[in-house]
Structures are given as structure tokens and as C-alpha cells.
Design a protein around this ligand. Structure first.
Ligand SMILES: Nc1ncnc2c1ncn2[C@@H]1O[C@H](COP(=O)(O)OP(=O)(O)OP(=O)(O)O)[C@@H](O)[C@H]1O
Length: 264
């Protein structure tokens, strides 16, 4: 049995109008070992979110397989699949995607703790880990700032005891001044919980802060991968070089220019 997440030539194809189809994930093979922190980078539209959704069983594969600790995620019966998917938690760009706006934050974290097969830290401790005052348990998500809400979403995701956390651009909607802090905090919380982390971002500079290994995605494929410092200091692919070059010229919102314009 192989520990952790394994994708073997996984593809996702979307049907489009007039009989056209788009292969958003194109034969991707990768492995994320237990406790690893891996960054997935690439320009907007290269297939990062589709890949994340496929890992969680939210997209049907058109080819290949996804397995977790040796169990194929997509081919299990519903009950077993639900159990196995509880071990993978997503953190989205918009924290409202995982937080219930009508439920107090303490209750939401407690709900997640109840499905934890192991010993989850108490709600107050989880909140302290994400630097939220434990006395805030009775407040609702809208009473917090965007950065605080994202930290609460991180606490809720960890409370259910996942083996793998996937952050799909989890800092993209935050002020530039908060991005590095929330990314580092997510990494620290994942490591403390013993979970692996797949951190998806278009921003290699932030990924460099927290990931030990980087996967570079373009047009549905992983075109380069390696230790973060190797990718940062000695990128092999022209696309990766352009991603790196684009960092200093990011606009005030942290957006990269169109990479294809630069590469082709
Ligand atoms: N449900 C869908 N139906 C059809 N096409 C889709 C669907 N979801 C995504 N796509 C297309 O698949 C490709 C990959 O999209 P995806 O959202 O995975 O990329 P991404 O790298 O996460 O981009 P972003 O960072 O902008 O979210 C894009 O061309 C997108 O338009």
C-alpha cells in the first residue's frame, strides 16, 4: 500500500457546446506523501481547481485514477467514499464556501470535531491555533474580517481530522499584507495536525514560503516539478521561468499577467 495521495494518469474532460470537449486535466500523475507540503502553481485556467475537485471526488475522471492510502477514491461505494473523503478537506478562496453563515463558529467547529475519528483538539485550542480569540465562539461568520473568516475555515477543516488538506487559492481574496501570514498559518496548522497540504496558488512567491516541493501546471499537465528551491533558483521550463519573472510585475491586486502571452 502506498501512503498518501496518488494520481495515476488522471484526466478530466468537460463537454462543451456544439460537441466540443475540453480536457482540463490531462493525464496527471503525482504523489503527495504523508505530512508533505506541496505547492501547485500555474496561470488561471490551467486546471488547478479541476484537479483539486477531482481529488475530492467532485469531478468524474475521464481516464486514470485517484487513490488515497491505497484506496481508489472514485470507485468506492458511497458510504466508504464519504468516509474516505472526510479524510480530505478543502479550503476555498471564499471561506463562505465552507462556513455556514447562519451558524455560530464554535458550533461549526464542534460539528466538524464530532466526525473526527481521533482526538481532535478542543474548539478553544483550534481557535487559538488560528489566532482567533476563543471568546469569539458565539459569533457568526459575518462578524469577522475576511482574513479571520479564512482562519476560522482552516480551524473547521482541521477539526474533522483530515489526512490531507487542499487549499484552492485560499489566500487569493485576502489583502496582500495578510496573504503570507495566512498561508504560513495554514501550513503550521496542517503540520501540527499531521496532515499533508496541497497548496494551490498562482503565486510562486507565496508557495515558496511554505512548500517543500512544487508542481507546475500548464494546460492541464504537470510540466515541471521539484524541490521548491530548485524550481525557484533553477527552473527548467520556459513557462516556469516566465511565472517567476512575472512575480515582480504583479499588479496591485497580486494578479499575474497572461502567461501565454509571455511564453508563446
Ligand atoms: N464545469 C466546467 N465546465 C466546463 N469547463 C470548465 C468547468 N470548470 C472549468 N472549466 C474549464 O476548465 C479549464 C480549467 O479550469 P480550472 O478552474 O480548473 O483552472 P484553474 O487553474 O483553477 O483557474 P483559476 O485559477 O482561474 O480558477 C478552464 O478552461 C475552464 O474554463
Amino acid at each position: 500500500m502506498t501512503d498518501g495521495l496518488v494520481l495515476d494518469r488522471a484526466s478530466v474532460t468537460y463537454r462543451q457546446s456544439l460537441g466540443h470537449s475540453l480536457t482540463a486535466v490531462d493525464g496527471v500523475s503525482l504523489q503527495i506523501g504523508s505530512g508533505e507540503v506541496v505547492g501547485l502553481v500555474g496561470e488561471s485556467g490551467c486546471g488547478k481547481s479541476t484537479l483539486a475537485r477531482a481529488v475530492c471526488g467532485l469531478e468524474r475522471l475521464s481516464a486514470g485514477s485517484v487513490s488515497f492510502d491505497g484506496a481508489p477514491v472514485g470507485r468506492l461505494g458511497l458510504r466508504k467514499r464519504e468516509q474516505s473523503l472526510l479524510r480530505i478537506q478543502m479550503i476555498f478562496q471564499n471561506p463562505y464556501a465552507s462556513l455556514n453563515p447562519r451558524r455560530r463558529i464554535g458550533q461549526q467547529i464542534e460539528d466538524a470535531r464530532k466526525i473526527n475519528p481521533g482526538d481532535a483538539p478542543r474548539v478553544a485550542e483550534l481557535l487559538a491555533q488560528v489566532e482567533i480569540e476563543p471568546s469569539a465562539v458565539n459569533r457568526f461568520p459575518h462578524e469577522f474580517s475576511g482574513g479571520q473568516r479564512q482562519r476560522i475555515a482552516i480551524a473547521r477543516a482541521v477539526a474533522s481530522g483530515p489526512d490531507l488538506l487542499i487549499g484552492d487559492e485560499p489566500i487569493a481574496s485576502l489583502d496582500a499584507s495578510l496573504q503570507a501570514r495566512v498561508a504560513t498559518l495554514l501550513r503550521d496548522v496542517a503540520v501540527r495536525a499531521g496532515a499533508s497540504l496541497l497548496f494551490i496558488s498562482h503565486d510562486l512567491a507565496i508557495v515558496r514560503l511554505i512548500a517543500t516541493r512544487v508542481l507546475v501546471m500548464r494546460s492541464g499537465r504537470i510540466i515541471e516539478e521539484g524541490p521548491t528551491e530548485r524550481i525557484w533558483n533553477d527552473p527548467q521550463q520556459p513557462y516556469t521561468k516566465r511565472l517567476l519573472k512575472a512575480i515582480p510585475v504583479a499588479d496591485g491586486l497580486g494578479r499575474l499577467p497572461e502567461i501565454d502571452e509571455l511564453v508563446d
